[in-house]
Design a protein around this ligand. Structure first.
Ligand code: PMP
Length: 285
């Protein structure tokens, strides 16, 4: 059985899952999306992801042509049709087919599709030994441009930063905001540990309010680890005892080198390991 894609209410073969070249999602990156995970057949934090999808859509004045319950059912149906238990789920809502002008009001109806696939994580070795990252020259979107809280189809800024990372021989890059403070990585939120305290940039720094980030903050609170949502500079990263990234696909990834500086003792730290372990248990329980 081939892969099935959910497209506007129907489960179609992968080869038939097509969108018009006149869709503004393609012409202008006009649309929103979510990346979600399922573990052992259970979708992790689906409600939160769907809420963020609807918030993102609202942020760009796009009406999702479905209810939250309908999206939930569509996600479950797609997983089932593909016989997937541990999967990555991509939900996309585009503005739909329109004219060559920008005007979104001339787009007839949004297109919605859901792709489920095997998860693609960083190599196992990176979770054990840690990742090296750099700071990108490309900065994160200004919150008064496309607010980074909106998970839009416009990822070019992040892609440019990702190219910088790859050029530097690394897999991820830290993006700073317009004030020079640390925002986040191209597809993950960032945390550091210093003197036993857990630091992460606040939402106002211009970041995506990551669902994994929220989960890590909740786990840290439970574990009585003190949390500081504070602006961080590059220098704060260099002098951290530990650093790690969080995201739906990547989960919790230790970082051991930033811009050529070794972080802590150059190995994933105890707080990182503890939080990763607790997160792992939450997702699989
Ligand atoms: N920041 C950015 C820019 C992202 O694209 C993502 C999701 N890939 C994240 C952070 C992490 O968010 P979440 O934990 O909700 O996956």
């Amino acid at each position: 059985m081939g892969q099935k894609v959910w497209l506007n209410g129907e489960l179609v073969d992968r080869e038939d899952a097509k969108i018009s070249v006149f869709d503004h999602g393609l012409l202008y990156g006009d649309g929103v999306f979510e990346g979600i995970r399922s573990y052992g057949g259970r979708v992790f934090r689906l409600k939160e992801h769907i809420r963020r999808l609807f918030d993102s859509a609202n942020g760009i004045r796009l009406t999702v042509p479905m209810t939250a319950d309908e999206v939930t059912k569509a996600v479950t149906d797609t997983l089932q049709a593909n016989g997937l238990k541990d999967a990555y789920i991509r939900v996309v809502v585009t503005r739909g087919v329109g004219t060559l002008g920008l005007d979104p009001n001339r787009c007839r109806s949004p297109n919605v599709f859901i792709i489920t696939d095997k998860i693609e994580l960083y190599p196992r070795e990176l979770y054990e030994n840690g990742l090296e990252i750099i700071t990108a020259a490309t900065m994160r979107n200004h919150p008064n441009a496309v607010n980074p809280r909106i998970k839009s189809l416009n990822y070019l800024n992040n892609i440019l930063a990702k190219i910088e990372a790859i050029d530097a021989g690394t897999l991820e890059a830290v993006m700073l905001n317009h004030q020079g403070f640390v925002a986040e990585c191209t597809g993950d939120n960032l945390f550091i540990v210093r003197d036993g305290l857990l630091f992460t940039p606040p939402i106002e720094a211009g970041i995506l309010e990551g669902i994994t980030r929220d989960e890590i903050l909740a786990i840290a609170r439970e574990a009585k680890i003190e949390i500081r949502e504070e602006n961080l500079t590059r220098y704060d990263l260099y002098v951290a005892d530990e650093c790690f990234l969080t995201g739906t696909a990547a989960e919790v990834v230790p970082v051991v080198r930033i811009d050529g500086r070794q972080i802590g003792d150059g190995h994933p730290g105890p707080v990182t390991k503890r939080l990763a372990e607790k997160f792992h248990r939450r997702t699989r329980s």
